[in-house]
Structure formats: structure tokens, C-alpha cells
Design a protein around this ligand. Structure first.
Ligand code: FES
Length: 68
């Protein structure tokens, strides 16, 4: 699904960028251009970024758990 029509950025692209280490809207904007034109997509992009970071930290947390 397209999140940013101006820069043709999809939710998949944002998820991919988070997996590659992007952790802020500023970084996301720098590497994809999301939100850099009309800005209408910023809120949705931020939400996807946040959800991915939460999910990622949850996964890392699971990995950090000692084996039972
Ligand atoms: S839709 Fe993303 S900058 Fe316009």
C-alpha cells in the first residue's frame, strides 16, 4: 500500500528501512523522501514507523530472554 504518493513510498518500504536500522522519522525522511513534499503522509508514516519499532523491540526482547 502506498503511504506517500509524492515519493512513491509504500508501507513495505518503511518496514524494510526499519529492519535496516532506521529508527526515526528524520532518518526515514532522509532515506526515502517520505513526507518531504506535501507532508500529508507524515502521520501515517510515523504510525507505521512506530508500530515497526515496537514490534522490533518486542522481538529483540524475546531474543534477550534466557532459554527456559
Ligand atoms: S504524500 Fe508524502 S509528501 Fe506528499
Amino acid at each position: 500500500m502506498y503511504v506517500c504518493l509524492c515519493k512513491a513510498v509504500t508501507d513495505k518500504t518503511i518496514k524494510q528501512k526499519v529492519a535496516e536500522g532506521v529508527s526515526s522519522m528524520r532518518e526515514l525522511k532522509m532515506c526515502t523522501g517520505v513526507g518531504s513534499q506535501c507532508g500529508k503522509c507524515t502521520c501515517q508514516a510515523q504510525q507505521i514507523l512506530h508500530n515497526e519499532l515496537v514490534q522490533l523491540s518486542g522481538n529483540n526482547h524475546d531474543l534477550a530472554q534466557p532459554a527456559a
